[in-house]
Design a protein around this ligand. Sequence first.
Ligand SMILES: [Zn+2]
Length: 415
Amino acid sequence: MLRPSASTKFPRHPIPPAGLRTLLALTLLGAALGAHAADYSHRKALLIGVDGMQYERLLEAIDEGTAPNIAGLQLGKSYVGGVIGSQTQAPTNSGPGWATLLTGAWVDRHGVQNNGSSWRSLADSVFKQIKRSDPMRRTASIVSWGTINDNFANDISDGYVDLALKCHDVDQCVADAASQELEHADPDFVFAHFDEPDLAGHSHGFTVPYQDAIQGVDAQVGQVLAALKRRQQQHPSEDWLVIVAPDHGRVMPGGYGHGNQTVSEKTTFIAINKPANAQLTTPVVRSSTDPLDNLYGHASQADITPTILKHLGVPLDMTGHRMDGLPLIGQVGARQLAYSIDPTGAAVTLNWRLTGANADSQLLRVFRNGEPVAVLIGAQRFTDSTLPAGTGDLNYTVVTQQVATSLLVERGQAD
Ligand SMILES: [Zn+2]
């Protein structure tokens, strides 16, 4: 290391005293070691989608011992379809649902308004974010309902999905192809989508065939997890995140349909093989008696892509961060980020919830369209009254404990 010269009377940068220099050196060394220690090349992820599988019916199956594979994961309640009455609200249907699972963004960003092959997701997908951080990583999307891959056709044609396979509603094709990919290819991220619970629900409602479909798909999940286990015997250094989640709930009491905003249609689950943080395990409880208000205190389907990216070590980019969800592993970020606009349109007030034991001393940074606008300690709201001119959308990002979450403010919707 270059020693500061005694003859340097006016150094360009003030030279810190010796003790501080040592501290700085140690900090730099620590940062370098930290960067070296954080080798994410063996971090990989498997996301299994179980279309239209109702949380309460799954719990029944687990109680009856007919869903042993999903039962082997940590299970938490979640919600789908965004917040009612806000720009994040979407039909509790598969198109917007899977688009949110695969982007970490609500419908106001991904734009997949409903089911249909012509919609194209406009938000950065998990596939794109993984490949952009490391083009050598391999991704796969193996789907029973082909519309999902149509909605991500741009990602596929841009080369962000190395294996894109439609199984045309044949779930066994999904189980076989995902197992093949895991055991005989070298994937970093695999999305496998099963459809039978949704098909059975539409045909039979919450009856025996629906429970049979849960049991059947759980067995296929077991087939895929067995292939993963064989892979890990060959590659013991690999560290796999596994998540199982549906895209939407179903209407009570019959269970035939979905698409609207009832509690049971918005209620889903997330199953994970890693120790989950409070965002999944400890919902924010509101004093409200409105069950929807309390549902929003749980994790959401927007949290899945941030969780995968966190496990894979995809670095946070404040200028490009546009995901509404939070990681379900590691430190907990700012939860339930929401906003209001001043009636004059001159100010935006953001609010969120901090729930950690150190909430009062937590350092937060707020960014607007990637530019820093505030540094706060222990705050749970911030008013931005220095808005740029115009009516363009503003993307706010709140970062705390190295966890970021974003929110789109549509100024056109003021008042
Ligand atoms: Zn359906």
